[in-house]
Design a protein around this ligand. Structure first.
Ligand code: ARG
Length: 661
């Protein structure tokens, strides 16, 4: 049930007499923010009066429209307010009939979109060979909830995890295995051992990079010092009017200097940490070209070197096992996991096609696509013959168009890759891949309490697994503490407690992530995330559990309630009932808004609003002790429908519920 669409249809019929752009005017229907103005408001009379331009003012146009509107079955007689707003209040009979219709419907009354064109969703897509970290949450969780929501609306969905399984990380573990690895240790516990090798080599690579960056960092300090002196001279020479601006410029250069000094200090610290490390120190001296050597290992792999290829074939399944463990815990699954390696054999064809089409040309030995809208070209083959991320993405795009019949392809990837996708989409246009909507569903960064990208104390990114463990543990403290547990009959066994903690903890992380508009950064705060009060998943899950409890106390199941409603009918006696039912009928709108903006936060907001409307209902309306059978069955029906909606909504965010907590 999409109430605005229903209203729009009626407006279209009335409007078509006046204009051939009826749809455009009918679209101007919004939910009101103040119930004084009804439930919905049509704002089309003002622009329509302007368009008609026949001397009638907007209020007259509004009454003319109202006279032609056939809304009797849906609304009370419309009211015209202010300059010509048309206020619409849904009839109680409409709300109760609709509630009765959708009661017990698994789709919560939501219309199925009919189309055979798919939506391809490229999400999660980590670079494997290193464990997943906090940076992988967003793509994974946003992509999954889009897949679930759009799939539920009826779009055929193809989910594809575009693994980075062919890049430098493999050069790193291959190098690590060859120099520091041990066949037996790797065989015994491959995942841990490969992660360890990755860490060692990566640290040594970073060490070499830090050493090489020293001259540049020192130069940056000199430049910044120079800038400070110049800015200070400017202050001396500035007249009183320019003083303020000149002083500001000094502060800016001083900040730049501080930044440059901090960069040097951090590089020096990195170097000295390794120097002093009894294991890494000597290794760093011995492997002083490791930064370029790992690149050579990757290049050899790409050239088909037998040894590297067989190591890659041996390591990759273990890397996949590791990430699959995370996906299972998060209850996230993919239709396809076509990593970068899958496209390797297609890259030569892609570049020659680009050449044939006259899109790519040689530039200093590299093959480049020059795009009028961009300063820098898109490089598709380097001087040394290596292909790039962009080349793979072009091959991937072509493959998806041929295989999946998509109307849309969504790339759920960090905002920092915007330029890459802007270029990719621009090239795609010239490549003749037009007939599909390509969207970079970008997102911001997860920040620590200090407002900086979230890192461990040693400066590495926080592992996803430890983050999940922390959340589960914290959830357990909040929900399964002895005081709360003492209230449960039958008592809660350890197993149930653990299950609840897992559902609440993981749900908390997903919900918090999805609650922010995806493009903004957010601060990670576990305490707030797992709280039972506030805008949290636990709050919504707790509402759900309360509804379960009411139904249990009333000793009825969903079917019993439907039967009661058939027998006694539905009747509102308190405004909180009406408000909650109206809110329940806005579910479909919320889901379409998720699609419109590719933004699951619309669904999060909807669920929070629903849980709050439920709380007001719960505070004001006795269910079991209701005054009459009709009131009781009405309230039971509301509880059943609300419970269903919250569970479904959470499920579309990838979040589970528990029947008591
Ligand atoms: N593996 C990439 C990364 O971790 C993300 C891939 C996103 N998908 C794509 N088709 N480019 O940065």
């Amino acid at each position: 049930m999409h109430v605005p669409q229903l209203l729009q249809q009626r407006f279209m019929d009335a409007l078509s007499e006046f204009t051939d752009q009826a749809d455009q005017y009918a679209a101007m229907i919004r939910a009101t923010s103040d119930p004084k103005h009804g439930d919905y408001q049509a704002n089309c009379a003002m622009p329509l009066a302007k368009h008609l331009n026949d001397g009638r003012n907007p209020r007259e146009v509004a009454s003319m429209l109202v006279a032609r509107l056939e809304l009797d079955d849906l609304c009370e007689p419309p009211e015209i307010a202010g300059p010509g707003f048309i206020n619409l209040k849904l009839k109680e009979s409409f709300l109760t009939t609709t509630l009765q219709q959708i009661l017990g419907d698994e789709r919560c009354g939501i219309t199925q979109v009919k189309t055979d064109k798919s939506i391809v969703i490229d999400f999660s897509s980590p670079n494997v060979a290193k464990p997943m970290h906090v940076g992988h949450i967003r793509s994974t969780v946003i992509g999954d909830s889009l897949a679930r929501t759009l799939g539920f609306l009826g779009y055929p969905i193809v989910t594809d995890n575009h693994l980075g399984d062919w890049g430098t990380q493999f050069g790193i573990i291959i190098y690590g295995y060859k120099h520091f690895g041990d066949e037996a240790t790797v065989a015994a516990d491959p995942v841990t051992e490969l992660a360890k090798l990755y860490r060692i080599v990566n640290q040594l690579v970073e060490y070499q990079k830090a050493i090489k960056s020293l001259p540049r960092l020192r130069q940056a300090i000199e430049d910044a010092k120079q800038a400070v002196s110049l800015a200070r001279i400017d202050v001396e020479n500035a007249d009183s009017k320019q003083q303020k601006k000149a002083k500001k410029a000094v502060s800016a250069t001083e900040r730049r200097l501080l930044g440059a000094e901090a960069n040097l200090a951090s590089a020096e610290e990195k170097i000295s940490n390794i120097d002093q490390d009894p294991d890494l120190g000597p290794r760093a001296k011995e492997h002083d070209s490791i930064d370029t050597d790992v690149l050579e290992e990757t290049a050899k792999l790409h050239r088909g070197d037998e040894v590297n290829l067989s190591l890659w074939n041996r390591f990759l399944p273990h890397c996949k096992d590791e990430i699959n463990r995370m996906y299972n815990r998060l209850d996230i699954h993919f239709d396809h996991t076509l990593g970068e390696s899958f496209y390797h054999p297609m890259l030569a064809k892609v570049t020659s096609k680009l050449e044939q089409l006259g899109l790519a040309s040689d530039s200093d030995g590299a093959l480049c696509v020059f795009l009028p809208e961009f300063d820098a070209p898109m490089i598709v083959r380097k001087q040394d013959g290596a292909y790039l991320y962009a080349t793979t993405d072009l091959a991937t795009l072509e493959y998806r168009l041929n295989e999946f019949n998509p109307a849309e392809i969504l790339y759920v990837v960090d905002t920092r890759q915007s330029e890459h996708f802007d270029k990719l989409f621009a090239v795609a246009d010239h490549f003749g891949l037009k007939d599909v909507k390509l969207v970079h569903v970008n997102f911001g960064t997860v920040l620590g309490e200090d407002g900086r990208p979230m890192k461990t104390r040693s400066g590495s990114l926080i592992g996803l697994e430890s983050l999940l463990n922390d959340a589960v543990e914290r959830a357990k403290e909040v929900v399964c503490n002895p005081e709360r547990l003492s209230g449960f009959t039958p008592p809660m066994e350890t197993e149930e407690q653990q299950h609840i903690a897992e559902v609440i903890g993981i749900g908390a992380i997903k919900f918090a992530d999805l609650s922010h508009h995806r493009t903004s950064d957010y601060r990670f705060n576990l305490d707030k995330m797992v709280a039972l009060e506030g805008n949290t998943s636990a709050y919504v899950q707790y509402s759900y559990a309360r509804m379960q409890k009411i139904l249990q106390n009333a000793n009825v199941n969903d079917e019993d309630v439907a039967a009661l409603v058939r027998e006694h009918g539905l009747e509102f006696t308190h405004i909180a009932e009406r408000n909650l039912v109206l809110q329940l009928l806005k579910f479909e709108e919320a889901l379409h808004n998720v699609h419109k903006d590719y933004a699951p936060n619309h669904l999060v907001d909807y669920l929070l609003d629903t849980a709050k409307a439920y709380s007001r209902f719960n505070d004001n309306c006795h269910v079991i002790k209701a005054e009459s059978q009709a009131i009781r069955s009405t309230r039971l029906a509301i509880v059943v429908q609300c419970k269903q909606t919250l569970a479904k909504g959470l499920n579309l965010l990838g979040i589970d519920v528990v029947s008591r907590m």
